[in-house]
Ligand binder design. Structure first.
Ligand SMILES: CCCCCCCCCCCCCCCCCCCCCCC/C=C/C(=O)SCCNC(=O)CCNC(=O)[C@H](O)C(C)(C)COP(=O)(O)OP(=O)(O)OC[C@H]1O[C@@H](n2cnc3c(N)ncnc32)[C@H](O)[C@@H]1OP(=O)(O)O
Ligand SMILES: Cc1cc2nc3c(=O)[nH]c(=O)nc-3n(C[C@H](O)[C@H](O)[C@H](O)COP(=O)(O)OP(=O)(O)OC[C@H]3O[C@@H](n4cnc5c(N)ncnc54)[C@H](O)[C@@H]3O)c2cc1C
Length: 664
């Protein structure tokens, strides 16, 4: 039967070159080609089927993931895939697995915190997956407060070993992915004790299970922590619990780049800052920002396509009803999310550059940009994951009742995604880290110290503290200088107000604690400024292709002005803009929605997602939603029989009883 594209009329309206936008979205032609090839490879291979996850039991689900991971690895080896290709393949397989922690945290922890000899020994094995590792930091009693971890690593000079021990129930490692059932090794974090003295938390490589029979080694108790939120979803991962009972490891298994313990038991701190022990988290937070744009774009792709298919009300003279995407309320909820997906993509690209830059500097023992890298990765991780989790849920609502079906793909996407607000640092805890960085920066204002990077705008404090916006028309709100000034003034004024209020407290710590809700808002304002400014930078760079710049300008305007609208109280109360200017911003926003409307479907096509990856009947490329929803319903196991199991035991007796009652 001939395939019909129910969204063809939408695609024909596009005013820009979609193929060129695919390249901008991917980052480069090369990145696009890799991504396109890997997505097709996965989509065309039945071994990567994923439409049955919600109906599998935990054991079936987990075994299925083990099978996929082994098969993916086999394909990676057979096809000689590069690191870039392999990680794209993993992305399109779209299933959390122990391999994420092995490649995403265990390997980077050894790379970042290990010595050359340690790299030689452990990375050689890890790269071939001859050992499988995880990242065991969090404990039952402490996750956010890393300095509060209780596991101990006591140096025994007689045997030249560390004794790893869990002294309390709350010191049990709890949450590490891959730990529960698969990992043979872990990088664990424990307090280093030498001669009774506590030197704080350090990383150690510990073997957990036998490489012969996979049984836990002596002194180790280990298991899975149980089912998590949602069907399928993150339950493909074996998040684990681990206790040590005086387990001995050789001294050379402490990760010794940051500090060393000598044969004599002397603790030596190198010039490298202690915070490098937290380096793996900085790396992963940076990757999470790009992942946010992927998750949000996926939800938005579903919601935009379905909103163009779905019609409700407004039929005139028996004609078709209105497409729900034409309702202004639908646009005002959906288009800021579409704009955010693009915004997070570009800020993710920039953050990757920042991370690579700081890594190069660290290798050359230049540590000055580390605090900014920490603040940016922490803050942007927090901002983008919160917005993405909320955005996925909003997309579900934008799809009405059908969004609640698993076959929409949105419930599982939300369930898999939402822990990103917690893992790699609780989002509020991370905002407070940004706030500390901002308070330090504000305290340096007027000291003559040159401010660089993302806080360079504070250098113009004198102007930004007293300026009012010069916006006079709705059109003015499209000018980058007006947008930037409003966001800079708001961020600076919120930070300075916090600093002033902290200074009135009996001591800075008490003041910081009292002001923490305001500080978190100041941190959000600073991070939003970063995202807006990186979006503007992107547009001002080289962008080739018919109509691309216009579309990206519209999306950038929507991103910035919808935030301005959402946080209007802050912009007005800090006196950055007037109520009249706020009304003009809203007027501009409405006109931008109208500009994006005919391009909306093409703007999500530019993500280049296959139907396999989207996993959503509502988001199908061809828009053929209703027949497929109908077909899908019949596949549910409940429909295997006309009369359900349990009818004769539980329903029929009730019905009979009602009959008897009715006769009375
Ligand atoms: C089926 C599929 C099969 C496919 C198979 C394919 C196979 C191959 C494919 C290969 C593909 C690769 C795929 C890779 C995928 C990668 C994906 C990764 C997946 C990730 C999943 C996530 C899992 C989750 C993991 C975790 O959650 S790990 C635990 C995280 N924990 C936290 O984040 C804890 C949060 N807490 C903290 O960070 C800190 O404790 C704190 C910062 C909150 C406070 O710390 P502390 O008390 O020490 O600090 P202070 O406030 O006193 O500050 C001291 C100073 O230090 C500075 N600081 C703090 N942190 C840092 C830092 N990180 N860096 C630098 N500086 C830091 C502060 O600013 C202070 O500075 P100052 O003194 O100047 O003020
Ligand atoms: C799916 C998943 C996978 C994970 N994978 C791993 C892994 O592989 N390895 C690993 O080591 N860990 C892992 N974790 C653990 C994760 O890193 C922690 O759960 C996370 O860092 C949050 O810490 P917590 O659980 O201690 O939260 P808590 O700190 O107990 O947070 C509870 C509440 O207290 C608030 N709060 C805490 N401290 C402060 C403060 N100072 N000021 C204001 N409010 C505060 C928080 O905002 C939050 O609202 C994983 C977690 C999840 C959910």
């Amino acid at each position: 039967m001939e395939e019909v594209d129910h969204l063809a009329h939408e695609r024909n309206k596009a005013q820009f070159d979609v193929e060129a936008m695919k390249i901008v979205w991917a980052g480069s032609r090369h990145a696009f080609e890799v991504s396109d090839r890997m997505s097709r490879l996965v989509a065309s291979d039945p071994a990567f089927r994923k439409d049955n996850r919600a109906t599998l039991s935990r054991k079936e689900l987990f075994k299925n993931t083990l099978r996929k991971a082994a098969y993916a690895w086999k394909r990676i080896v057979e096809l000689h895939l590069s690191e870039e290709e392999a990680s794209k393949l993993r992305f399109f397989v779209d299933e959390p697995a122990y391999t994420d922690l092995h490649w995403g945290m265990f390997v980077p922890a050894i790379k970042g915190q290990g010595t050359d000899e340690q790299h030689q020994k452990w990375l050689t094995l890890a790269y071939k997956m001859q050992i499988i590792g995880c990242y065991a930091q969090t404990e039952l009693g402490h996750g956010s407060n890393v300095q509060g971890l209780e596991t101990t690593a006591t140096f025994d000079p007689k045997s030249d070993e560390f004794i790893i021990h869990s002294p309390t129930l709350t010191s049990s490692k709890w949450w590490p992915g891959g730990l529960g059932k698969v990992s043979t090794h872990a990088v664990i974090y424990a307090r280093l004790i030498i001669d009774g003295r506590d030197h704080g938390v350090h990383g150690f490589i510990v073997q957990l299970r036998s490489l012969d029979d996979h049984l836990p080694l002596p002194g180790i108790t280990i298991g899975d922590i149980g089912m998590k939120f949602g069907n399928g979803a993150y339950n493909t991962m074996d998040n684990g619990v681990l206790q040590f009972n005086h387990v001995r490891i050789p001294r050379n298994q402490m990760l010794m780049r940051v500090s060393q313990v000598t044969r004599e038991g002397k603790y030596v701190q190198s010039d490298v800052p202690r915070q490098l022990v937290y380096g793996t988290m900085v790396y992963v937070r940076q990757t999470i920002v790009s992942d946010a744009s992927s998750a949000l774009s996926r939800a938005v792709c579903v919601a935009v396509r379905y909103s163009a298919v779905r019609r409700q009300f407004g039929s005139q003279d028996g004609g078709p009803e209105t497409q729900v995407i034409d309702y202004k309320t639908q646009q005002s909820r959906l288009f800021p999310l579409l704009a955010s997906a693009y915004a997070f993509r570009f800020v993710g690209e920039w953050l990757k550059w920042l991370y690579m830059d700081v890594t190069k500097r660290l290798q050359a023992n230049e540590f000055s940009t580390l605090p900014e890298a920490h603040a940016c990765t922490a803050g942007l991780k927090s901002l983008t994951t919160t917005a993405t989790a909320d955005g996925i849920e909003e997309c579900r609502k934008l799809c009405g009742g059908h969004g609640y079906l698993c076959s929409s793909g949105l419930p599982e996407l939300f369930a898999v995604y939402v822990p990103a607000c917690t893992y790699e640092g609780d989002n509020t805890v991370l905002l407070l880290q940004v706030a500390r960085f901002l308070m330090k920066t504000v305290s340096q204002l007027g000291s003559g110290k040159q401010l660089v990077g993302t806080t360079a705008y504070m250098q113009r404090a004198e102007h930004l503290m007293q300026c009012t916006s010069d916006v006079r028309s709705a059109e003015d709100w499209l000018k980058p200088s007006f947008i930037l000034e409003a966001f800079e003034a708001r961020a600076l004024r919120l930070a300075v107000t916090c600093a002033k209020n902290i200074s009135k407290a009996p001591n800075p710590e008490e003041g910081f604690s009292q002001l923490s809700p305001d500080l978190a808002e100041a941190a959000v304002a600073h991070c939003q400024l970063i995202v807006v400014s990186k979006f503007i930078d992107k547009i001002q760079g080289d962008i080739d292709g018919m109509g691309l710049k216009e579309q990206l300008q519209a999306l950038c305007g929507i991103y910035a002005l919808s935030l301005l609208h959402k946080h209007l109280g802050e912009f007005l109360s800090t006196g950055c803009i007037t109520p009249k200017q706020a009304a003009l911003a809203n007027e501009k926003l409405r006109s931008l929605y109208a500009k994006v409307r005919p391009n909306a479907v093409a703007l999500v096509d530019a993500f280049n997602y296959t139907d396999h990856f989207l996993g959503s009947i509502l988001g199908r490329y061809d828009g053929n939603v209703y027949p497929k929803l109908y077909e899908e319903a019949w596949k549910d196991p409940l429909n295997d029989s006309v009369v359900p199991d349990g009818y004769h035991e539980y329903v029929r007796p009730l019905l009979k009883q009602q009959l008897r009652t009715a006769k009375l």
